[in-house]
Write a protein that binds this ligand. Sequence first.
Ligand code: ACO
Ligand code: OAA
Length: 439
Amino acid sequence: MEYIKYRFYQKASRCSKEFQRLKSEHADVVLGQVTLGQVLTGMKGIPLLVTDTSKLDPEEGIRFKGYSIPELQQKLPKINPEGEPIPEGLFYLMLIGEIPSQEDALNLSKDWATRSHVPQHVFDVIDAMPKTSKPMTQFSAAIVSMATESIFQKAYRAGVGKKFYWDATYEDVMNLIARLPRIAAYIYRRQFHNSDHIEPNPRMDWAGNLAHMMGFDSEDIRRLFRLYMIIHADHEGGNVSAHTAHLVGSALSNPYYAYSAAMNGLAGPLHGFANQDVIFWMFEMLEDLDTDTPTDEQVEAYCKKTLEEGRVIPGYGHAVLRKTDPRFTAQQDFANKYIKDDKMVNLANQLYKVVPPILGSIGKIKNPWPNVDAYSGSLLYHYGIKEYTFYTVLFGVSRALGVLASLVNDRIYGMPIERPTSHPLSWFLEQAQGEKGSC
Ligand SMILES: CC(=O)SCCNC(=O)CCNC(=O)[C@H](O)C(C)(C)COP(=O)(O)OP(=O)(O)OC[C@H]1O[C@@H](n2cnc3c(N)ncnc32)[C@H](O)[C@@H]1OP(=O)(O)O
Ligand SMILES: O=C([O-])CC(=O)C(=O)O
């Protein structure tokens, strides 16, 4: 058994026993109460999911296996000591629970490079789609079309026993993660560079190779991509993309099905689509105001207009966070360090000053602060990746790291099919007021 798989098995099989023990010995433990308010506002705050890769604190933001983003920037292995850590190290941490050595991270890079061959039919599926289909549509279709390769599906059909499901899932997950950069870059070059494709460089790291295949070979962009792929990788288990992969996977659908479904959720404007929506909205603002350097008053007026039209301010607000997202701060720090006087970066900074008081004054918005999406587009745009309809695909490449590490955990823990209970609206009316009403 290869080293990382063996390390994972050693660690996770102990946790798997704990999971099973809790299930059999402590099933009656009460974890909390569920209020009608929680049911009617998207099940927020109900402790319903077991996810080991990361945990989100409303005030502090995300921690991956206990490590904050600044800690990861210090501790995870780097290729360039002046740069950002490589995402391979974060995947290792989320899967195994330990900060990897440089050698561990580089071995993972090599492992993914050997798994990165994308079957021709996946490219054919992409090429068969009209150019009018959005990059996320192509991404999701490409991923599901790769289910032909699923080792888990074949193993299941062959009658492999439950306790080996994790092994086949692990293989699918590693292959899928290894191939996503090639698929994403293929979509990018097809859509925006006349199908002038660039072959992978098997000697490069996962994120650097993605930049390379998209046509960007500067150290600046590699540094940005490594940061981007780390900060978007996971956000505990309840966000739409992670929860979708977990739910679909719980039916023992193979990882390709589960991750394609997750990408359909990420493509929604309240979730990952916001990172392309932010830059779209910022350009719309500059056009409407007919200036590249609006005053705070002009920006404020435009935000109010957006709200009056019944739209959300993209990149602001969060279902869990109640403070500025540390992923926003990491990107702002990056911009402060490496970027001088850029139009869209300046506007992102200006919005951070102007938007929170406006949203805060409305009253109903629980979090007036920026989330990760408020900054990412400005950075990508600055470095020449101007085709913002593609941005969510980059998010989708990154999110695989956390979500698919969790899927391997799901299978080694032996998690059951997920199946909560539903009731008609009349039942909830009856619970609340003693009578069903007319619905
Ligand atoms: C990677 C990510 O997925 S991060 C999130 C990316 N999404 C965005 O940036 C889109 C803009 N933000 C939003 O729409 C929301 O803040 C969400 C979807 C992120 C969270 O939604 P919720 O948990 O429902 O937030 P909350 O409880 O604060 O919502 C209460 C009300 O405030 C509104 N609200 C919340 N954020 C905003 C915002 N940025 N602009 C305008 N209104 C907002 C909600 O639409 C809701 O209105 P309603 O009562 O009329 O339906
Ligand atoms: O946590 C959430 O609901 C949304 C989010 O920020 C993410 O998935 O990265």
